[in-house]
Design a protein around this ligand. Structure first.
Ligand code: URA
Length: 241
């Protein structure tokens, strides 16, 4: 028997938090009865409906996408723009793990495995996310140090665990900055660099944990293999079921 919100999240229907919200709103039934309390446990024979939709134990799917520019990191877009989910032909209800901006490229994991998705997104698991940014201006050593020491972004102190500057182009007054962060606040890298006076011209996520873009061109994807999935579970400190 498992907690209702966990079963809903691991079906890929929505996140656990969203499932709790839907339960609270009385939009979930178990065997025809509306459930409003948290913590109800359900088994494989229970019939669960969320907003009228039957929850099935969908097979788990895991993808690594080389997100191109000009694609939104959502499941659907009210402005009818292309989404990252449109790039992967599957009937499974996959969704992106975290968010990359419309103009950011690079590594994006998509899955319908809520447990893994939540674990990878939770800052306590300190999953490395490595970015390379082309910036306007060349920051000094003090600015780079500040990125590692910590900068307040949206009233939260955030920092990079590694920072390196490469390819200084004195003529055009630009450079490339490599930085690794563990959390994933909205526009975090751009805001951090903005704080030290560097405007981001281009941003690419080169890796998430051990997953890189090797073998993929922009817009291409591949399935993760069982070893990689197992390793990601290990990274979030959960034994894969
Ligand atoms: N930080 C940003 O500023 N943008 C992204 O897309 C990802 C991280």
């Amino acid at each position: 028997m498992e907690r209702l919100q966990k079963v809903i999240a691991s079906s890929g229907y929505c996140s656990r938090r969203k499932a709790e919200e839907l339960i609270g709103k009385g939009l979930v039934t178990v065997n025809g009865e509306t459930v409003r309390e948290m913590g109800v446990r359900v088994g494989p024979k229970d019939e669960i409906l969320v907003e009228g939709n039957a929850i099935s134990k969908e097979a788990k799917e895991y993808y690594l996408l080389y997100k191109p520019r000009g694609v939104v990191t959502t499941v659907s877009d009210d402005k009818h723009r292309k989404t990252v989910v449109d790039l992967i032909p599957t009937t499974a209800r996959i969704y992106p793990v975290g968010r990359l901006d419309y103009d950011t490229t690079g590594v994006l994991i998509l899955t319908n495995d809520g447990t893994l998705a939540n674990g990878l997104m939770h800052p306590k698991n300190r999953i490395d996310k490595c970015y390379v940014a082309k910036v306007n201006g060349v920051p000094d050593a003090k600015g780079l140090k500040l990125l590692q020491r910590g900068i307040v972004v949206d009233r939260m102190k955030v920092r990079a665990s590694r920072v390196k500057m490469k390819k200084v182009d004195k003529k055009n007054n630009t450079c490339m900055i490599y930085l690794t962060i563990h959390d994933g606040r909205n526009h975090q890298v751009k805001k951090m660099l903005e704080c030290i006076g560097s405007e981001v011209l281009k941003l690419k996520r080169e890796s998430v944990s051990f997953l890189t873009l090797d073998g993929l061109n922009s817009g291409e994807y591949r399935r993760l293999n069982p070893k990689e999935i197992h390793k990601l579970y290990h990274e979030i400190g959960i034994n894969q079921k």
